[in-house]
Design a protein around this ligand. Structure first.
Ligand code: COA
Length: 366
């Protein structure tokens, strides 16, 4: 096949983001993410991705309060969360409950208000379901907290520390958007049929759920746990490479140098270093693994990807591993909704061709 997985095919024009895999750059609306990350809040960067420019003070206040006002779940949504079988995982819960949000006021065309509402409710659904599974009462949103702080608060009922909020906020900002990845494409394809925004998001969540897309940080935790148990990073890494196993958290389809998101997350982990031997181990493993990858896969440019430090950040803030992909979903909701809004501005339905590789046949003559 000429373009398996549409690799190398340009499927849309976009002004939302751009990735340069050779230079190791990711731009949001033309800005290098590393230049805008310092001190950036979830709300500011969501505004930038949705609208194309940074908010004025008034616009930021309006967006922050709209996100807060939109946090409440309708009683029927809470009932659905309660009644879904306990063995449904959080991504399956999100896909089902987000889909139930799609009542009649979500018809074509999609709006910014809908993007805000859908972004606001994801952390609420996750926290509500998590507490129910633990046989605990859900915690109501705290109106004085912004989006990220409130998410952490609703999970535990405790006010998070500034370091915890900063770490998660950096992660969520850095993973909000990433070009024409599989889930953004799925969202755009669904929107292109003039379907509603909730349907676009439901397609995207189903796509994100697959382990080839949203599931790698758990593999990183496993790798680091194995190394911690064995006590010798080189021996564990060597054995995996000799068995031709992939090292989780290394390599990327597009980045052929350091993933800029991994570099930025690593910086954000510095406040946690020294107190947690597990994080010190992560740094040591990164250095050893990169050296060993150069030796074992000399023709490949294999460096740390975002998932390696995403796992470390999640571990540092004590996030349950079951919530890694759902938390990624909570941040990517901004990118998906931005893509749906952009698709709607100048829409053409996606309808690629396929090549028939079967055999022409005729029914036998009677
Ligand atoms: N560890 C060891 N070797 C690796 C590797 C890794 N993490 N990633 C790629 N390679 C090697 C492959 O074995 C292959 O070598 P070969 O051609 O000699 O067999 C070569 O590099 C190309 O691998 P391939 O899987 O085709 O690269 P890709 O660009 O299509 O895949 C990933 C990119 C991300 C799927 C791949 O690097 C990977 O599986 N990484 C681990 C999982 C992970 O961290 N995923 C999160 C991504 S954000």
């Amino acid at each position: 096949m000429k373009y398996p997985g549409l690799k190398g095919v340009i499927a849309a024009e976009t002004e939302i983001s751009h990735i340069d895999g050779v230079k190791g750059e990711l731009w949001y609306r033309g800005y290098d993410v590393r230049d805008i990350l310092e001190g950036a809040t979830f709300e500011q960067i969501a505004y930038l991705l949705w609208n194309g420019n940074f908010p004025s003070d008034d616009e930021l206040v309006r967006l922050t309060s709209s996100l807060k006002e939109a946090r409440e779940l309708a009683p029927y949504m809470q009932k659905i969360i309660e009644r879904l079988p306990r063995n449904m995982n959080m991504m399956e819960v999100l896909r089902t409950v987000m889909s139930a949000e799609g009542v009649s006021d979500y018809q074509w065309k999609p709006t910014s208000e809908q993007a805000i509402r859908l972004t606001a409710i994801v952390p609420v659904i996750i926290a509500c379901r998590k507490r129910m599974i633990e046989n605990k009462e859900p915690i109501l949103p705290e109106q004085s907290f912004n989006h990220v702080e409130n998410y952490l608060y609703m999970l535990s009922g405790a006010s998070p520390t500034k370091a915890q909020v900063n770490a998660l906020e950096s992660y969520m900002v850095l993973t909000m958007e990433h070009g024409m990845n599989a889930s953004a494409f799925a969202a755009r394809v669904t929107a292109s049929t003039e379907s509603d925004m909730v349907s676009g998001i439901t397609s995207a969540i189903g796509t994100m759920k697959g382990p080839l897309h949203g599931g790698a940080p758990i593999g990183v935790i496993q790798l680091l746990n194995d190394i911690q148990d064995a006590g010798d990073p080189s021996a564990v890494l060597q054995k995996k490479l000799a068995n031709r196993e992939k090292l989780m958290g290394f390599g990327h389809r597009i980045y052929k140098t350091h993933d800029p998101r991994a570099l930025a997350l690593k910086e954000r982990l510095l406040p946690f270093m020294g107190n947690d031997p597990w994080l010190d181990l992560a740094i040591e493993v990164e250095e050893t693994a990169i050296e060993m990858l150069k030796e074992w896969r000399p023709n490949r440019a294999l460096y740390t990807n975002v998932e390696f430090y995403a796992a470390a950040i999640m571990k540092a803030i004590d996030m349950d591993p079951q919530l890694f992909t759902p938390t990624f979903t909570a941040s990517r909701m901004v990118g998906w909704t931005a893509h749906i809004l952009e698709q709607a501005q100048n829409n053409t339905i996606f309808r690629p061709e396929s090549h028939f590789s079967g055999t022409p046949r005729k029914l036998p003559q009677q």
